[in-house]
Design a protein around this ligand. Sequence first.
Ligand SMILES: [Zn+2]
Length: 230
Amino acid sequence: MYTTIPKHFPNAILMSEFQDRIIADFKNMNIDPNDTVWATSICSDELNNLLQGLNSVFAGPGPFRLGGISGLPFVGITGFNAFLSHAPAHGCAMIIYGPHIGVSGNGILGEVNRQNQFGLTTCCGSLVGALNSIKADQILPFDNPLDYQQARVIKHLDQYRNEILEDEFPLKKATDFAYIDIHIKLNRIIDALKPTLNDIKLYMIGGIVINTDWDKEDWFEVRDSELITF
Ligand SMILES: [Zn+2]
């Protein structure tokens, strides 16, 4: 784990350091966190109930969850608009976004040991499942209301199938592409909402969540951060 994380995520910082960085960013931007609501677009996996310390810093109770499995913002324009409408008057909204990937204690990418389990389980299970579907050429139908999120995840990754499957570390590559797609999708939603927004600031900070075994602190590698004013 301690060699795998820096090898694949050279800019990763501990989750507690990431939390401190966010608070420092608000100080540098001269925005009061008390006037800010926060959201995540991160996979539904309970391992990602991170950064709960931010609830005592930002306007609560947070976070609004924009993400479904994989971290794609499945709440769409409607959910995003609802979140922004919860921001304090003349205030700010913040979104932490990105996919996640496990790194087990013995350095296996895509797996972690969860509390009171004896073995390892996949992490992110959605991305691992999508990768397996692409390998097997099994694209799920979109009209199944019982599994439509995973059908979308597979469709997203399938755009990059050759680059993913030819990579030495396909799951890492799939995670990188998932990040790009989450980033693009959030920005497309912002573009769609732009004409209706005014008097609000939006701070976006995205990257890769790196989960470790249950008794170890998780990590975050920041890829983008931006303050948008409407
Ligand atoms: Zn996941």
